[in-house]
Design a protein around this ligand. Structure first.
Ligand SMILES: [Fe+2]
Length: 193
């Protein structure tokens, strides 16, 4: 069985801060290519039948790059929403425990994303019970490989924002932070019990 393009949970024209044009390329072309290439590389290999997560955590080179990019993009597209939502009590309590406030978290996350050199991803991860950390990764790298649990990510590859924001990554990240699907974030929290 091969991997297929995951459906978006919103209309491509609904996000507001990211245009339908960007999503046509980012979801319809870039992610599709990562998935198609993963399928090609897996065919006839020992990875046939494995999940993206299994492939991502056990492969290297082109297969890792394409499987991880497939995983990262599905996660990213799930992290955003046309609506401006608020974190639920549990997520807010965790953020307040690890940062000075929700605004302080947003400032630090934005600063990390803006300073992420080149192409990559900026994550909020759980590193332990009640422990959150902002992390940058480069290219396709994913924090799961290092044992962390991602709960939020922003794609800072230029293909994610260049058609709408050109070189203004800071504006893209600022708008991203107002379109987080906090319900999805809450659903990704790991129980350490
Ligand atoms: Fe991307």
């Amino acid at each position: 069985m091969s991997f297929t393009l995951p459906a978006l949970k919103y209309e491509k024209s609904a996000l507001g801060f990211i245009s339908e044009n960007t999503l046509n390329f980012h979801h319809g072309k870039h992610l599709q290519t990562y998935i198609d290439t993963t399928n090609k590389l897996v065919t006839g290999s020992n990875y046939e039948g494995k999940s993206l997560l299994e492939i991502m955590t056990t492969s290297s080179g082109p297969l890792f790059n394409n499987a991880a990019q497939s995983w990262n993009h599905e996660f990213y597209f799930n992290c955003i929403s046309p609506e401006t939502k608020a974190p639920n009590d549990k997520v807010l309590a965790l953020i307040n425990e690890n940062f000075e406030s929700l605004d302080d978290f947003k400032q630090k996350f934005a600063a990390s994303a803006v300073s992420n050199f080149g192409s990559g991803w900026t994550w909020l991860v759980q590193t332990g019970p009640n422990k959150l950390k902002i992390m940058n990764t480069s290219n396709a790298a994913n924090p799961i490989v290092d044992g962390f649990t991602p709960i939020l990510v922003v794609d800072v590859w230029e293909h994610a924002y260049y058609l709408d924001y050109q070189n203004r990554r800071a504006d893209y990240v600022k708008d991203f932070l107002e379109h987080i699907d906090w319900d999805f974030v809450a659903s990704q929290l790991r129980s350490y019990e």
